[in-house]
Design a protein around this ligand. Structure first.
Ligand code: F6P
Length: 471
């Protein structure tokens, strides 16, 4: 395997306590990096007074990371600004709260250029370069500008917006054209890929080939749908081990015979948390006899706290959960346990296993790995039920979940009522189909599929140019 260089805004190296505190994606990327003696490059998450381009190398558990600090203006304009106040809302179809400011755009270009300068010194001839997510769309173009000719792929973890929304972004054409610096561009679902192809065809006038290639201004790239997975077998294994079973037992004790309904989401307006609470409130109103027999455990660690829309959603959820609890609680029972902190992988696995129902109801989501982790953690003889939004990328794959419209409180209320009454035979049958799918298309499948497409893109090119003279 060629050496792999992974680039992402955040870098999450493994720690000495193993996979317990690393997300599934980080575990898989770490494994690929370890195998290829690769490097994981990105922002350290730290600020320095003035940007100095110093790359800090660290090796932990066989994985080498290379990070740079950013200056406060970079963090404001690139991360909090263009990435999280412009692109994130726009890509999640919240053009109403997307902010378009030239400073943000300038900061985004500047940081991508800075990353490219720092990174270009680390690249060797045979390296494969794999860049991740909306923070770094133009990085490939900057690297090409510095003479980097290596195979380069880009994977978008978020949705790609419909063309009519993307048109509201100033300089949208330039941003999209920058993707033509890559050899392969990957999306989580066929739907996001189709939106990208629509833009390429109708706005750029690009030529779409039958084999998934897109040609524009003399450059041909390959665009693929490549849904990210989890390490289903590893997650399933930890779900039956000591630490997880202890957490499971403590959750069951604390539930005191009530059914746990669970939500686990970064505190983000795209996750549909208000709508979920309204749906649950409707359920409590529609099924008063269920009061005291269930509760909703919503885990929502705060995120992107410097951004106003995140502060607002946090305030709204504080007040909504308080109101619902005030209205429905009794001296012995609270309908919503609302928890603003994160849990380790082991703890989460135990919580998933204890939950009778898991609500994954984003208004728009690139994939959503909570849905897959919940399935992997279940007891196959008595599994819980997944309620999944039509608008999560995962819905393209997980068709045996109870699919809902997260905007409709009535739909949510009905789905909750149904999830709580589905008999064991049906739960097992649904679970089997879901598990089979997350095991087949797991994180290693995703990784291999993307790297194979990247390697193939150059082989195809070589094939074309070798054939050219005799044609
Ligand atoms: O999936 C989108 C994403 O931005 C990831 O890139 C990131 O790891 C996650 O959400 C958390 O976001 P942040 O790094 O802004 O806390």
């Amino acid at each position: 395997m060629n050496r792999l260089i992974v680039v992402s805004n955040r870098v999450q190296p493994p720690t000495s306590n193993g996979a317990a505190n690393q997300g599934g994606l980080a575990v898989a990327l770490s494994a690929a990096l370890r195998k290829s003696h690769g490097i994981w490059f990105g922002w350290s998450g730290m600020e320095t007074e003035t940007y100095n381009g110093e790359v800090n190398f660290q090796t932990s558990e066989g994985v080498t990371t290379a990070t740079v600090d950013l200056e406060p203006q970079d963090v404001d304009e690139y991360y909090n600004g263009y990435a999280n106040r412009t692109l994130w809302p726009l890509f999640h179809e919240r053009v109403d709260i997307a902010e378009f400011q030239r400073d943000f755009e300038g900061g985004y270009e500047r940081v991508n250029q800075r990353f490219s300068e720092a990174l270009s010194h680390l690249i060797e001839t045979d390296d494969l370069i794999w860049i991740h997510d909306y923070h770094l769309i133009p990085l490939g173009r900057s690297l090409r500008g510095q003479g980097v000719t290596n195979p380069m792929g880009f994977f978008l973890h978020t949705p790609w917006p419909p063309t009519r929304l993307l048109l509201s972004l100033p300089h949208h054409r330039e941003l999209v054209e920058s993707l033509f610096a890559y050899d392969v561009v990957g999306f989580q679902t066929q739907e996001w890929l189709d939106s990208f192809l629509h833009y390429a065809q109708h706005q750029l006038g690009a030529n779409i080939g039958e084999n998934g290639t897109i040609s524009h201004k003399g450059k041909t790239i390959s665009a693929i749908s490549c849904p990210i997975g989890i390490d289903a077998a590893a997650f399933r294994k930890i779900a039956t081990e000591g630490p997880v079973l202890r957490k499971y037992a403590s959750m069951m004790r604390s539930a005191e015979g009530r059914s746990i309904m669970l939500g686990v989401d970064r505190l983000d307006y795209s996750k549909g948390l208000q709508e979920r609470f309204w749906g649950y409130e409707k359920f409590l109103k529609d099924h008063p006899h269920m009061e005291d027999q269930v509760f909703l455990l919503q885990i929502a660690p705060p995120s992107r706290e410097d951004v106003k829309s995140y502060q607002e959603i946090r305030n709204q959820l504080d007040s909504l959960s308080g109101r619902i609890n005030g209205e429905f609680a009794s001296a012995e029972w609270v309908p919503i346990r609302y928890v603003n902190k994160g849990y380790s992988r082991n703890e989460l696995a135990g919580i998933y296993r204890a939950a009778r129902v898991c609500l994954v109801t984003p208004l728009r989501d690139g994939m959503n790995l909570v849905a897959k982790e919940y399935i992997a953690a279940q007891n196959e003889e008595d599994p819980g039920v997944l309620i999944l939004s039509h608008f999560a990328g995962a819905a393209e794959q997980l068709k045996s979940a109870l699919l809902v419209n997260p905007h409709s409180a009535e739909d949510l209320s009905d789905a909750i009522a149904r999830a709580l009454t589905i008999d064991r035979e049906e739960r097992v049958a649904r679970w089997r189909e879901l598990y089979e799918s997350i095991q087949r298309e797991d994180v290693n499948w995703w990784l291999d599929r993307f790297i194979a497409a990247l390697t193939r893109s150059r082989e195809d090119e070589a094939g074309v140019s070798e054939e050219a003279p005799s044609a």
